[in-house]
Ligand binder design. Structure first.
Ligand code: ARG
Length: 566
């Protein structure tokens, strides 16, 4: 039982005309924990009881004075502030955490169903951008959270491997390409060719026509075009895989846009049958003016398909294949219109499940306040950025702990963890500042801070020769400074996981682990954990173990590893 449920149950014994659920909903966490563990605002009873909130608070204080759930109840103006009896709650919370271990916080059988998650989805032959990094880590974390709650996540990497740009790329490769250079450095070289195409197309009109005809050939299954396409795709995937390996992220499906090439005709036919397709300047579109949206372009003048056409086919395919309960698209904010159009068209086609599709947008990654770009010939490659971060992490660790074993492995966990945490630290719609030095700090709201706290706790367990015992005796631990805050924070983890999913917001978890780490470090600063009798030490180490379990699990949900030592 949560402390909210426990408190509501007590109050409900006295106030009978409000339901327990309503009471739970109204309970607040006081701005300052010296005021109480929870506060009940008595305004909501004023009308029913025909009394002022302050009088009601006073009356409740008297009524609850003898309760064996509360240590103290206090009327403060219109609020009733309550302090819970610490011992039984602490014992309960700790027992839950220790017996469930990394299952703590999992919803027991309450959620089920498949959630498809469209994430990462970089474009072939182009550098893996910062935006794709965001999509990858946000999407992966949402998938982890969904899984913890009992859903079955399906991670889909909807590769950008189709479209007129491939016609352009083939044209450029034919004119200026060099096979061995591309083999050596696929993304860099292909991107160069692509940039050159755009440069030269400014003055040479024929290039665009050539590009279109190459793409047409590709769509019609021309073997030469297909072979080139496959080669570009394979080389790009090999490069992307290096990034996925570093992030330790895997996908359940790599069906990109090309996969839908033979699945678009039925969509176009269906749209025609349902009378939704109209001609506009030679192209075929779905008119969305009723919903104040610009028309969805389904087929170009030359018959070529478009991004939204492929997404329509993909949405249907996902519904048919996975029968998803929800279908999420973790894609930058700038594509909001696209997803609105996509959903609208599916609605017009009569698919009610379009309501279960959600675009999960996010903000930009900035460097020194400006959009961080991996494009335009500048080509900062993400893989290099990650490697640089790992190197820097290794330097920092060497400075702090020169004799650490497995330093390289730990540096990778810390470097990558820092990048991920930096991305998931704030609400996803905020933009993220990318600064390697700041994100690697061991203090402040960083991944290394949380990892370091976890490692510190693990070290305590080792030094104290902690062994798990079935007998839980917390002795006086709950009365030590900050211990109660730790208990209350541990207690709310399950609710935090649920909220993170409801809002599709990994930052709910990242803020939570920061809070838990802070309380733990305060406890560590104020209490000599390895002092006193063996029983006393053991009692404190029980609390320490609970903290390591929840920090480790919180970080795992974010996609971050927790080294035992740092
Ligand atoms: N490849 C696209 C891009 O980089 C993102 C694809 C997102 N997913 C989708 N189903 N449209 O902009």
């Amino acid at each position: 039982m949560t402390i909210q449920q426990l408190t509501a149950k007590e109050i409900a014994k006295i106030i009978t005309d409000v339901t327990k659920d309503e009471l739970i909903e109204k309970l607040e966490i006081p701005p300052d924990n010296t005021l109480g563990d929870l506060a009940f605002p008595c305004f909501i009873l004023a009308r029913k009881l025909r009394q002022s909130p302050a009088v009601i608070a006073q009356w409740l204080e008297q009524q609850l004075a003898e309760s064996n759930v509360f240590e103290q109840v206090k009327a403060v103006g219109p609020y009733l502030n309550v302090f819970l009896k610490k011992d039984p709650i602490a014992a309960n919370v700790i027992r839950e955490v220790l017996t469930k271990g990394n299952q703590y916080g999992s919803a027991e059988g309450s959620s089920s169903g498949t959630i498809t998650i469209d994430l990462s989805s970089p474009n072939i032959a182009k550098p893996f951008s910062m935006g794709h990094l965001r999509s990858t880590v946000i999407g992966n974390s949402i998938a982890n959270i969904a899984e913890k709650l009992g859903y079955e996540p399906v991670r889909i990497n909807h590769l950008g491997d189709w479209g007129t740009q491939f016609g352009k790329l083939m044209t450029a490769y034919h004119k200026w390409g060099d096979e061995s250079l591309v083999k050596e450095n696929p993304i860099k070289e292909l991107n160069k060719l692509y940039v050159r195409f755009h440069e030269e197309a400014k003055t040479d009109e024929t290039l665009n026509d050539e590009g279109r005809s190459w793409f047409k050939k590709l769509e019609e299954g021309d073997p030469e075009a297909e072979a080139l396409w496959k080669w570009f795709r394979d080389e790009s995937l090999k490069d992307f895989q290096k990034i996925y390996d570093l992030l330790d992220i895997t996908f359940d499906s790599l069906h990109g846009e090309a996969f839908y090439n033979d699945k678009m005709l039925p969509v176009v036919e269906e749209l025609t049958e349902k009378g939704l397709l109209v001609e506009s300047e030679g192209a075929m579109v779905v008119d969305l003016s009723d919903s104040d949206l610009s028309p969805a372009l389904i087929k170009k003048k030359d018959g070529a398909s478009l991004y939204v056409t492929r997404d329509l086919a993909a949405a249907q395919y996902r519904k048919n294949t996975y029968d998803f309960k929800e279908s999420l698209y973790v894609v930058g904010q700038e594509q909001s219109l696209h997803f609105e159009q996509l959903k609208k068209v599916l609605h017009m086609m009569g698919y009610e499940w379009a309501n279960d599709m959600h675009h999960i947008p996010f903000g930009l990654i900035l460097q020194d306040g400006k959009k961080m770009s991996t494009r335009k010939g500048k080509t900062i490659l993400l893989e290099e950025v990650l490697k640089q971060t790992i190197n820097q992490a290794e330097n920092n660790i060497t400075e702090k702990n020169p004799t650490l074993e497995d330093k390289e492995k730990v540096a990778e966990m810390v470097g990558v963890g820092a990048v991920i945490f930096n991305d998931l630290r704030q609400s996803r719609l905020n933009s993220v500042e990318f600064n390697i030095e700041t994100m690697l700090r061991f203090e402040g709201e960083t991944g290394p801070y949380v990892q370091y706290t976890h490692a510190r706790a693990c070290t305590l367990l080792k030094k104290g020769n902690y062994e798990k015992e079935s007998e839980l005796n917390l002795l006086e631990v709950v009365k030590e400074p900050c211990a109660w805050e730790i208990i209350l924070t541990l207690e709310k983890f399950p609710a935090v996981v649920e909220r993170a999913y409801k809002e599709y917001e990994p930052s709910v978890i990242s803020r939570y682990v920061i809070e838990l780490a802070r309380y733990f470090n305060q406890y560590y600063g104020k209490v000599r954990i390895l002092s006193g009798t063996n029983e006393e030490q053991h009692a404190r180490l029980i609390l320490v173990e609970a903290v390591t379990i929840v920090l480790n699990e919180g970080l795992r949900l974010l996609g971050i590893k927790s080294p035992q030592q740092m």
